[in-house]
Design a protein around this ligand. Sequence first.
Ligand code: AHR
Length: 655
Amino acid sequence: MGKPRHFVAALLLLCGSTAPTLANTVTVDLTAGKAISPNQIGIFFEDLSYAADGGLYAELVQNRSFEYAKADRPEWNSLTSWKLVERDGGKGTLTTDSSAPLHPGNRAYAIIEVSTPGIVGMMNAGFNGIAVQAGENYNFSVFARPISGSRDAITVRLEDAAGGLLASATLAALADGWQPYTATLKPAASVSDARLVLLSGQPGRVAFDMVSLFPAKTFKNRPNGLRADLAQTIADLRPKFVRFPGGCLVHGDGLENMYRWKDTIGPVWQRKGQPNIWRYHQSVGLGYFEYFQFCEDIGALPLPVVPAGVCCQNSNFLVTRAYGTGQLGLPLDEMPAYIQDVLDLVEYANGPATSTWGAKRAEAGHPEPFHLRYLGIGNEDKITPVFKERFQMIYAVLKEKHPEITVVGTVGPFPDGEDFDAGWKIAGELCLPMVDEHYYKSPQWFWDNLRRYDTYDRAKSKVYLGEYAAHDDKRRSTLRAAIAEAAYLTSLERNGDVVAMASYAPLLAKRGNTHWSPNLIYFDNTGVFPTISYHVQQLFSRNAGDTALGISVPNLPALAASCVRDSASGDIILKLVNGAPEARPLRISLTGAANLSPSAEMTVLAGDDADVVNPDGKPPVVFPVVRMIPATPAFEHALPANSLTILRIKSLSKP
Ligand code: AHR
């Protein structure tokens, strides 16, 4: 009897030179599977290393609202990144004031005083230069208020570093009070270090605030939007969720510095910036609205994290020099109002446009809800009685008022120890749906802990691995680190019934302003530089499934594997990781195979030298290579040294 066409013959495919022994067999049982989280791979966004201001947030003017201060960074003041310009005999001053602000949340503003006619004004150097492209439109805007003397129109120019003109526009003549003025600038040349210059000429005093310049082409052309190339690189990861706004930024450096979501919505000139715990300034221009919008634009679930009513345990560290001693709790009589803020966030995301906070979302241009389903409370806080009391209060109300929201608790900064145990104890007592684990460890640690979740009690809280990365020698983004992460991801996938979500951290870092290493994506003002770890995350995210198939992997050092089925496509996706410095011949046996395509798409990320990193701005040394190979129920294949291999076998029957 002839075999059905799709029946895959037991043809052996030998890709390696050394034949594997039977002991080196990876066996997948296609008939045995368990449901796993379809939303496992997401991203962690925090404004550290200039991830938002100077990074993803496309604003090109630094210190646009003159709010920089010593509290942000000791050497900063309200005129940081600004300079007085005096040309053609003009004389004047550039100062700041706060006596008649544009908005109570945005107090400081600049005053240009022209004392001797000529040309007088101010110049902004952006975030280490303003990168502009010839022929593209840039949207300029400012609020101005004439105080005395001349009301002549202000000239706005884009200049190169030598003062050469790139683009210029004249604003409307000044009217009374704070008024907005706009212009479009189209540079004649592309430069990476342009300056924005505002010029006046006749004697008088004019106040300015919210001096802004955005590329017209932001991601999805959103106003007040995101830098298109960076946002696209993130979108290309196809993350299933986006955590925001951190990280330590969530709970802040002292109670006054906790991230208050209400300060981050509404017109940008009404938002209240504040010092960033990473020692710079948060303009909060990329606030909660932009965050929810970005999630929607890239098809990811939002996973906001709110403070648990306590500040970071490392608050005030620069003064105390004592880690772990700075946690303070909001006074208990402030907790009801704080809890109401948390409830209001849910309403802002999901409430009807007629509700108080839903109406604010609608005013911002989004009457439809943002479909919030997850909410984290706390970020790796020290688990103290002060924390526990406040966490419980918030959780009790959220659970009662919003049973539809999956609340994510926190279990400290490490994979074990006091806070970890105490956090898990609380999770057990309160039957929390999910907890957030964090750990940054050596590549070897990840290899040594591939079985971590195999023994987790499935009846307890699910795990969100909210922050992790393999920290290699000198915290470089090596192939060794990326392969260890890939191995670990196979273990998360095998345990996708308990590890519901995972996000590598941190996501972004600007070269020259990096406060933490390594990061998934580096960038500067003109380029975006994904690391090898980025490719690993992308390959797992794009090859996710919703059923983990039974797999047996030989107990050999530096070998890991997982296999999933994606029920939408019916595809079987096998992931194999070899952390050894030489190729590893394997026999791969797919038992119970039926209706599978006789060919498979094979993607390999590999390199001979585990120590390499992908260089900035140059062709990557390590990147995924895709080809088709014949697929059979049993075949031999040699995994390259230091490699992640993904075999995607299509189903011939419709799922
Ligand atoms: O990801 C960098 C930092 O690491 C986060 O802000 C914090 O949560 C963790 O300690």
